[in-house]
Write a protein that binds this ligand. Structure first.
Ligand code: GLU
Length: 484
C-alpha cells in the first residue's frame, strides 16, 4: 500500500446543513490527502431516502467551497471513478454480493419480517439466528427463481476474533461471535450502507478513511468484507466526538443547546469561513509547535495523522470568537470594508456616512460581524440617553463641569474651517492644553454628546469626523440643552 497514491473521500449524506463534526471530517480527509500529495474525492451518499433533505446537496457544495475544501473528483466535476452519487451506482452492488454467494461467503435469507420481529422479541442471541445460513445451494437458487423475497447476508466467522489498527485509537479487537450475519443487499435489491460504502471505497481506490468514532464498532464488519473479497483494507482514522460545555460545568455531545452547530449558522452569525476552518482544524488535531493561526496552505504543510488525538474535543465558542477577531484584524482595510459592508448598510442605510471611515474605527474592535449594526447604529440615529453619562470619574467630568466643557468644545469646533481628523484633533488637544485640563476631560463630554453612548468604537475625534461638522454641532447643542 505504501507506494499507492493517497486517496481520501468525504462521503456525506445529504440530510441538512453541515454540522461542524462533518465539516471537520471533510477537512481532515482533505488534509490527509493534500499533506501527502493525494486526491480528495467527494461522494454523495443519498441512498437513505427517508433522511434525504431537498437542497442538502447544494449546501454541501456551497459549504465546501466557502470553507476552501476543494475536491479533485465529485458529482459536479466528474472523474474516472464515477458516478459519485450513490443512488447512481445502485446497480453496481448486487454483482459483488452475488460473487460472495458463489464463493460461499454470503447467503440468501428468506426469513419473513414477522419471523425476524419474533426473534427480536425473544431476543435470541441478540439478533438474527442464522436460520437460512445453511440452506443448500440448489434449494436457495430454486426459491429465488420462484420469486420468494430475500435479503443477502454475509457469513460471519463463528469463532475467533477480528483485530484492526486505527490510526488514532490503536489496535481494536472484537470477538467474531458478537458480529451479526449482516445484511448486504435488501429485499428491494439495493445495498445496505455498510455494504455500499465498502464497495464504493474499494472501487474508488480509497486508501484512507476518515470518519467519526461512532463508526468504530462497524469497522470489523467492513474489514471482514474486504477480506472476503481479498482487497486491501484502507487506513482507518476515526475522529473523537466534539463536545459542548454545559451550563452546569460538565460537557456533552455538541448540540444546538450549546450554540450554533452548523457552518451555515456560524457564518450567518458573523464568523468568517477562514476562522471557522482554522478553529475546527485544531479540534482534535495538534500541530507540532504552538502555532494557532493557519492558512489552508499552512495546514496542508503542517498536518500529519499522528497529531490527531483520541480524546474528545471541546467546542469553545470563546476561542472561536478569538480566532474570528484575529482574522478580522489581519484583513486589509479594503477587505474588511467589503466584508463589513452588508452589516454597515443594514445599520447606516442611506445616511450618507463614509463607510470606509466607519469600518476603520471598527476593525480592531469587532470580534463577530453581527455585532456591527449595534456598534454603529448611533451614527445614523442618536439614541436617547441619560445625562448621567456625562459623569466619568477617570476623566474627571461631573454634571457640574460638563456643560462648561462641552460649551468650550462646541465653540472651538464651530470655529474650525476644515473638518478632518487632524484639525479636530489639534483643536481639542490645544483646548485641553490651554485650559490646563487632561485630554480626557475635554473628550469625554464631547464624545457622549455626539454618540449618546458610554462605549463606542472610536473616540470623540473619529466620531466627530465621521458625523461631519453640522451633525456633530447639532448633537452637541442638544447635549448642552440636556445639561442645562
Ligand atoms: N454517509 C455517512 C455519513 O454521513 C458517511 C460515513 C463514512 O464516512 O463512511 O455519516
Amino acid at each position: 500500500m505504501a507506494d499507492k497514491k493517497v486517496r481520501t473521500r468525504y462521503a456525506p449524506s445529504p440530510t441538512g446543513s453541515m454540522h461542524v463534526g462533518n465539516l471537520r471530517t471533510a477537512l481532515y480527509e482533505f488534509l490527509v490527502a493534500k499533506s501527502q500529495g493525494g486526491d480528495f474525492v467527494l461522494r454523495i451518499e443519498d441512498t437513505d431516502r427517508e433522511r434525504y433533505v431537498e437542497g442538502a446537496v447544494d449546501i454541501i457544495y456551497k459549504t465546501l467551497k466557502e470553507a476552501g475544501i476543494t475536491h479533485d473528483e465529485g458529482p459536479d466535476i466528474g472523474g474516472e471513478h464515477g458516478p459519485y452519487v450513490q443512488s447512481e451506482r445502485k446497480d453496481m452492488y448486487l454483482p459483488y454480493a452475488q460473487r460472495l454467494i458463489d464463493e460461499g461467503k454470503a447467503y440468501r435469507c428468506f426469513c419473513s419480517k414477522e419471523r425476524l420481529e419474533g426473534l427480536q422479541q425473544e431476543s435470541v442471541g441478540g439478533g438474527y439466528d442464522r436460520h437460512c445460513r445453511d440452506i443448500p445451494k440448489e434449494e436457495s437458487d430454486a426459491l429465488a427463481a420462484s420469486g420468494a423475497p430475500f435479503v443477502i447476508r454475509q457469513k460471519m466467522p463463528l469463532d475467533g476474533s477480528t483485530t484492526f489498527e486505527d490510526a488514532v485509537y490503536g489496535s481494536i479487537t472484537v470477538e467474531n461471535s458478537e458480529l451479526q450475519d449482516q445484511i448486504l443487499i435488501k429485499t428491494d435489491g439495493y445495498p445496505t450502507y455498510n455494504f455500499a460504502n465498502v464497495i464504493d471505497d474499494h472501487t474508488m481506490g480509497i486508501t484512507h478513511v476518515v470518519r467519526g468514532s461512532e463508526y468504530l464498532s462497524s469497522t470489523p464488519k467492513y474489514n471482514l468484507l474486504y477480506e472476503a473479497f481479498g482487497w486491501d483494507i484502507p487506513t482507518y482514522i476515526h475522529l473523537p466526538l466534539i463536545m459542548g460545555k454545559d451550563e452546569d460545568g460538565g460537557v456533552s455531545k455538541l448540540s444546538k443547546r450549546h450554540g450554533s452547530t452548523s457552518f451555515e449558522d456560524l457564518s450567518r452569525e458573523g464568523y468568517l469561513p477562514e476562522a471557522i476552518i482554522n478553529y475546527i482544524a485544531l479540534l482534535g488535531w495538534c500541530p507540532k509547535d504552538n502555532q494557532e493561526i493557519f492558512t489552508m496552505d499552512e495546514l496542508i504543510k503542517a498536518f500529519s495523522i499522528d497529531g490527531i488525538s483520541k480524546s474528545p474535543a471541546i467546542f469553545d465558542y470563546d476561542k472561536l470568537e478569538w480566532f474570528n477577531a484575529e482574522y478580522i484584524k489581519a484583513m486589509t482595510p479594503e477587505q474588511f470594508l467589503e466584508t463589513a459592508r452588508p452589516y454597515l448598510t443594514q445599520a447606516l442605510g442611506d445616511s450618507g456616512l463614509d463607510l470606509s471611515k466607519v469600518a476603520a474605527i471598527l476593525q480592531q474592535r469587532v470580534t463577530v460581524l453581527t455585532q456591527i449594526p449595534d456598534m454603529v447604529g448611533f451614527l445614523a440615529k442618536q439614541p436617547e440617553y441619560d445625562k448621567e453619562l456625562f459623569v466619568n470619574k477617570k476623566s474627571k467630568t461631573t454634571l457640574e463641569n460638563a456643560p462648561q466643557l462641552l460649551r468650550m468644545s462646541y465653540d472651538a469646533l464651530s470655529a474650525l474651517k476644515s473638518w478632518d481628523h487632524d484639525s479636530i484633533h489639534d483643536c481639542l488637544i490645544s483646548l485641553a492644553a490651554e485650559n490646563g485640563l487632561k485630554n480626557g476631560t475635554v473628550m469625554w463630554p464631547a464624545r457622549i454628546a455626539v454618540s449618546g453612548k458610554a462605549v463606542t468604537p472610536g473616540g470623540a475625534i473619529e466620531i466627530l469626523e465621521i458625523l461631519g461638522k453640522e451633525e456633530s454641532l447639532g448633537r452637541m447643542k442638544k447635549g448642552l440643552e440636556k445639561l442645562s
